[in-house]
Design a binder for this molecule. Structure first.
Ligand SMILES: Nc1nc2c(ncn2[C@@H]2O[C@H](COP(=O)(O)OP(=O)(O)OP(=O)(O)O)[C@@H](O)[C@H]2O)c(=O)[nH]1
Length: 209
């Protein structure tokens, strides 16, 4: 890391990368963030997010500190205009659906249209099928998520805020992508987010329910 490379970029390393969690109400955005930040699961009553909330988390990626500011948005329709205002500043978006809620999956197309309309063109988008622990209530197959993600050219994985499945990996993958964008050496190949995720899942030997 040298100032020479950094000079090419408007964003300094001390800056936060802004990651936004989006998706229908109840898909588990708040729980995913709490699991990532505190390692705990918010069981029991569901308290819908009002407007927008955020948490900071510093991750060490390849010996470099990446500061993430993660915005937890309200999925409810009535807060949509609040969320719209934040899209423009987001460097990455984690777009969630709930594998036990078909409507939340069907709405992904609309969310992607909205992202296209309001977010920066080069925003990092990752599709997450959350609540993968709910085997009995599952209504969306992993293959369906994979197919949709492929159609839109976005990386995909299933997660569970309840069991912790792939939660760390989702944020690490996004942080790695953002770090590569900021610090890429001229001859370094582009970071392949989906390849990284697939490799990590194979190595850990988990995640294929
Ligand atoms: N089984 C299971 N339940 C989950 C998981 N994640 C969240 N939930 C439950 O789903 C409900 C909604 O979770 P939230 O995180 O509040 O959902 P949200 O997307 O933030 O909702 P809004 O704030 O309204 O947009 C809660 O009752 C959680 O306990 C998960 O991975 N597995």
């Amino acid at each position: 890391l040298t100032t020479v490379h950094m000079a090419d970029h408007p964003k300094s390393l001390s800056d936060f990368d802004f990651v936004m969690l989006v998706g229908d109400s109840g898909v588990g955005k708040t729980c995913l963030l709490v699991r990532f930040k505190d390692g705990a699961f918010l069981a029991g009553s569901f308290i819908s997010t009002v407007g927008i909330d955020f948490r900071n988390k510093v991750m060490t990626i390849d010996a470099v500190k990446v500061k993430l500011q993660i915005w937890d948005t309200a999925g409810q329709e009535r807060f949509r205009s609040v969320t719209h205002a934040y899209y423009r500043d987001a460097h990455a978006l984690l777009l969630l659906y709930d594998v036990t809620n078909k409507a939340s999956f069907d709405n992904i197309r609309a969310w992607l249209t909205e992202i296209h309309e309001y977010a920066q063109q080069d925003v990092v988008v990752m599709l997450l099928g959350n609540k993968a622990d709910s085997t009995h209530d599952r209504l969306v197959k992993r293959e369906e998520g994979e197919k949709l993600a492929k159609e839109f050219g976005v990386p995909f994985m299933e997660t569970s805020a309840k069991s912790g499945l792939n939660v760390e990996l989702a944020f690490t993958a996004v942080a790695k992508e953002l770090k590569h964008r900021t610090m890429k050496e001229p001859d370094e190949p582009k970071f392949q987010l989906q390849e990284y995720v697939d490799k990590e899942m194979r190595t850990v030997g988990c995640c294929r329910s």
